[in-house]
Ligand binder design. Structure first.
Ligand SMILES: [Zn+2]
Length: 387
């Protein structure tokens, strides 16, 4: 048995009274979380650290398959320009290089104290991570296509990727679901196909990431329309009139299906009011560093916090971030919104991410029987894995 302590201990819910000691079995599972006075025997056996202890982090939104695009797309282009550049830089690299970049990024993520990831995949490029990096993974097989007649073809292609990922096994969780990319990139027939296979497994979707998305749905104008026109994609048959992008996607998916809405950069109080009817199975995932990288704008995080919806954190991809580092996301939120306490944001980074990915029975909080990992945050804000 190991006994570990530090001046501050966050158990996933909040800070515990000091001094608190975490008792850990040899296999990494939590035996107990107790006051120092209740530790049996010789107190010299206790590992005493400086700083703060918390469960390992959960990265609820990532695209490991884009790791080879690190620093290949400039900052502050806006989402439409960003998305339209990805295909051209993506095809410059071969699959060996792409898969090596995936493994290296997953390794770095693990070293940054992350124990689980919700990972978006369009391809099978991230399959190698599952055998080689000790991370729980929920792979979201991303489906997109706005031409209604091609919905069947697009869905079948995603199903083929899903077949490769759905095999479970090993000591780490391996789950997969087919998910829509974003409201503006999924036709109604395609959304219906995705909804038909959606059950009680979690579905993730990009939500209200740009002003262009809001305008496209409001009156079919703006940069997205121009992009589709430039690509000679006919948007006239898109059945989106009279709805916000949020309503379009959320109402198109079964009420029983838990959702992770990612980004929410342009989400308003009115949008949040709309979501109330299914608040129990919705998580709002924030990726502030990526929002800053692409749009130079952050969501109204204090408003989202006040709404009482479950908030979790993600890094998005190395194409739009400086690292896959959840603690860096914590720090940027604290810097921009000092009214939000560290205690709250650490809950977003740990337990709430585990709940969003339906993994909170084994990770996310320091509770007996769980194997949540353990991070030490040093006084100079470095993250060190202790378990
Ligand atoms: Zn994303």
């Amino acid at each position: 048995m190991r006994y570990i302590t530090a001046p501050q201990v966050h158990n996933g819910y909040g800070f515990l009274p000091s001094p608190t000691v975490i008792a850990v079995h040899e296999d990494g599972s939590i035996a107990d979380v107790i006051p120092l006075s209740e530790v049996p025997g010789d107190a010299s056996r206790i590992e005493q650290h400086e700083g703060m202890l918390c469960p390992s982090f959960v990265n609820a939104h990532c695209h490991l398959e884009l790791s080879h695009l690190y620093r290949r797309i400039p900052e502050h282009t806006g989402l439409v320009e960003f998305v339209s550049r990805i295909p051209e830089v993506r095809k410059e690299d071969n699959s060996v290089l792409i898969r090596e970049a995936v493994l290296e990024a997953a390794r770095q993520m693990h070293d940054k104290g992350i124990i689980a990831v919700g990972d978006i995949s369009n391809t099978t490029d991230t399959l190698g991570v599952r055998d080689r990096i000790p991370l729980h993974m929920h792979t979201f097989i991303e489906c997109m296509g706005i031409i209604p007649d091609l919905a069947g073809k697009r869905f079948e292609a995603s199903q083929a990727v899903y077949e490769a990922y759905k095999v479970a096994g090993g000591p780490y969780l391996r789950r997969a679901t087919i998910v829509p990319h974003a409201p503006y990139s999924v036709s109604r027939p395609l959304l219906e196909r995705i909804a038909a296979v959606a059950g009680t497994g979690v579905v993730s979707v990009h939500n209200q990431e740009s002003e262009a998305e809001i305008r496209f749905f409001a009156d079919r104008s703006g940069d997205l329309l121009q992009l589709y026109n430039a690509l000679q994609i006919d948007t006239s048959r898109l059945d989106i009139t009279g709805t916000s992008s949020l309503e379009y996607i959320v109402s198109g998916l079964p009420e029983k299906t838990p959702l992770i809405l990612v980004h929410n950069t342009f989400t308003s109080e009115k949008d949040i009011a709309y979501l109330q009817y299914r608040r129990d199975n919705i998580s709002l995932c924030l990726c502030p560093n990526a929002n800053w990288y692409i749009e130079r704008r952050l969501p109204d995080i204090p408003m989202l916090e006040r709404s009482g919806f479950r908030i979790c954190l993600g890094t998005d991809s190395l194409a739009s971030n400086y690292g896959l580092d959840i603690y860096a996301e914590v720090l940027v939120i604290l810097e921009h919104f000092p009214s939000i306490p560290m205690e709250t944001v650490l809950r977003w980074a740990t337990l709430n991410g585990a709940k969003a990915l339906q993994m909170d029975d084994i990770i996310g909080s320091l509770e007996p029987g769980k194997r949540p990992g353990l991070n030490l945050i040093t006084p100079d804000n470095q993250v060190v894995r202790l378990l």
